[in-house]
Design a protein around this ligand. Structure first.
Ligand SMILES: [Zn+2]
Length: 630
């Protein structure tokens, strides 16, 4: 805490900004107040310091999180209220060079089962020669390995799709890309062409109330057992007609088939980008870019932008660009400038939907210079190292998590785009002045700390190093899309520190519950049985450990989930029951984005306005099951 205070030397204007935006950003749910920090000794040892800041004793399991590279065998311990313990980590194998420690603290109940909800998280970069370890902040450990691209640049002119012109100059700092090891496999993504996706009109939602097919359209439940193609046709015809869902114990062979098919239900077929036809005579440069994840697998850099630059009399001139397709391929046809012998290829973690950037606004980029020789220059298969001890850990989860939102929206006839790409700044820190929290989840004042949030006015997102999870960025993107559809506003009462388990007010609960649901909607097929996303670590099928009612975000998310999921559940088939799902997967999202209300109970009226009396009754039971109405 003292450490934070001493670093909080912000200019007055930044403090003023912090105060004025306090209510205008939607933040990530907080875990229980267990604090994880590291302490490095002069002798080169490293300790993990665990502090119980809750008001009761806790049983904890400390375990490796997905964010780190250091193997960390689970440790069990109990701490009294306010108690602190320092654990010597020298028993673990740190390896050499740049490592990262990712630890989470799981709170166990009396039976030794994990308590639902997010765990306290730690991410710490460690520089080590194997025996002497010292801590480094994220920027020093990782961002300092970028190389400076010297020389001025003209502004770019890239139509990223739908007429949006990106004017970014050359990115000033870039990591070098690496040759993909021989024999490594890069599984293609069957994702659409980003240019086609960007052509969808801004603000497009399915027409939920137009057309007779949407009103009380008959649902033929037998259709659910057919293959994807037939189901898709069925969905298009039926708009927002609900469909009877199935009980889990009716789980027959046909259901099993559908489980497997469901995994592919949101996939279109295009994987080749719209490469321009080649004018004769100019050179062509091409290659493949993949991303190395923390598990040492390689994945196409789908939706990244490859840009060619030539330095002409000291000025970088943009010489062409290409989206990277679902197989990792890119190709750029360019005009060789007189006297120029090299072309610089820059790969940007950015597209029409989202851009990943550092605290200085520099887009994350990888780049290499290539000699121009012959008509076709093939740079081969390259990769950006996003593994935990590579160039930029966990940006893979943020990038893929974000773009999966765009793809799921597009595949369901909705547009996730704002007027400009959503800027995701990672890692966030106190010095940014953004997403700074100064209360705990009970509203009590605490020493200000940096957190992850989406700013309502412009949809910009900041993410702290220990939040490098897909769920976090998808939750925040949910807020950014929400504020865009609602003209830059959020429901009354939204914003501020909050947790999954507590009750606040209807406005906070509906905006956070929607953001929670959105991440699950993107990550899971509707046939998933009681799924839990990493970080959220929460069930939305039948919530436990959450205050009931429309002032709680977990129960709001559960209400959305029941309108999407395939399974029946509930305690009383006549009064509290989920018997249905919207045939159109877009409906539970579009109903919310298309109708600004101040609480989840209001959406029952919105939905029922276009349903017949039978379905009105079923939706009423679904809202009652999830404690939205008495
Ligand atoms: Zn939120």
């Amino acid at each position: 805490m003292d450490r934070n205070l001493s670093r909080l030397r912000l200019p007055i204007f930044a403090l003023l900004i912090m105060i004025t935006i306090t209510a205008a950003h939607a933040v990530e749910p907080l875990p229980e107040n267990i604090q994880l920090t590291t302490r490095f000794t002069e002798g080169g040892s490293v300790f993990l310091v665990v502090q119980n800041l809750t008001l009761a004793p806790v049983s904890l399991r400390l375990q490796k999180s997905e964010l780190g590279s250091i193997p960390f065998a689970a440790i069990a311990l109990s701490l009294g209220a306010g108690e602190e313990r320092a654990i010597d980590l020298s028993r673990f194998d740190f390896g050499g060079n740049k490592q990262s420690l990712g630890v989470e603290a799981v709170i166990l109940d009396r039976l030794g089962n994990p308590q639902p909800g997010p765990n306290a998280q730690l991410f710490q970069a460690i520089l080590s020669d194997g025996s002497y370890h010292y801590g480094a902040n994220f920027d020093d450990a990782f961002l300092s390995s970028r190389q400076e691209v010297r020389g001025d640049s003209q502004n770019g002119q890239i139509d990223l799709g739908g007429g949006y012109i990106d004017q970014s100059p050359i990115v000033k700092f870039a990591f070098p890309s690496h040759d993909t090891p021989a024999g490594s496999t890069i599984q293609p993504f069957n994702y659409p062409d980003p240019l086609e996706m960007a052509n969808m009109p801004l603000g497009q939602l399915p027409d939920l109330n137009g057309g007779k097919a949407g009103r009380g359209g008959k649902c033929d439940a037998s259709k659910n057992h057919h293959d994807d193609g037939e189901e898709k046709d069925h969905e298009r015809r039926s708009d927002d007609a609900p469909c009877a869902s199935k009980t889990k114990n009716d789980h027959d062979e046909q259901d099993s088939d559908r489980h497997q098919a469901g995994a592919h239900a949101n996939v279109l077929t295009t994987q080749v980008a719209n490469f321009a036809a080649l004018p004769p005579g100019d050179p062509l440069i091409k290659g493949k870019l993949s991303l190395k994840y923390n598990d040492a697998t390689f994945h196409p850099a789908w939706g990244w932008v490859a840009v060619a630059w030539q330095q002409f009399f000291g000025i970088w001139i943009q010489s062409g660009w290409s989206y990277i397709d679902g197989a990792g391929n890119w190709q750029i046809n360019f005009f060789q400038l007189p006297g120029v012998n090299n072309v610089y290829i820059e790969y940007r973690a950015a597209n029409r939907f989202v851009q990943l950037q550092d605290a200085g606004g520099n887009i994350y980029a990888w780049g290499d210079s290539w000699p121009i020789s012959g008509a076709v220059i093939d740079v081969g298969s390259r990769f950006a190292d996003l593994s935990a001890n590579g160039d930029l850990p966990n940006v893979d989860k943020l990038y893929a998590g974000a773009t999966n939102v765009w793809v799921k929206f597009y595949n369901n006839g909705m547009n996730a785009l704002r007027d400009k790409p959503i800027q995701v700044t990672f890692p966030n820190a106190l010095s940014s002045g953004h997403c700074i929290q100064s209360t705990d989840t009970n509203g009590n004042p605490v020493t200000p700390y940096a957190w992850s949030c989406s700013e309502t006015a412009n949809g910009k997102i900041w993410v702290i190093p220990q939040h490098g999870f897909s769920f976090v960025v998808q939750h925040e993107i949910g807020h950014s899309i929400n504020s865009y559809y609602w003209g830059g506003s959020m429901p009354a009462g939204a914003g501020g520190a909050h947790s999954f388990s507590q009750c606040y007010n209807n406005g906070l609960a509906v905006s956070e519950g929607f953001a929670n649901f959105l991440a699950y909607w993107v990550q899971f097929d509707r046939t998933a049985i009681d799924p839990k996303a990493t970080y959220a670590n929460r069930s939305f099928e039948s919530p436990t450990n959450a205050c009931a009612g429309p002032m709680n975000e977990t129960w709001v998310a559960a209400t959305f989930w029941d309108m999407y999921d395939y399974w029946n559940d509930g305690s009383n088939v006549n009064t509290r029951f989920d018997s249905l799902y919207f045939i159109n997967q877009a409906s539970p999202v579009a109903v919310y984005l298309g109708n600004k209300k101040n609480g989840m109970p209001d959406y029952l009226g919105v939905i029922n306005a276009s349903q017949n009396s039978y379905w009105q009754g079923e939706f009423t039971k679904l809202f009652r099951l999830n404690t939205m109405i008495p």
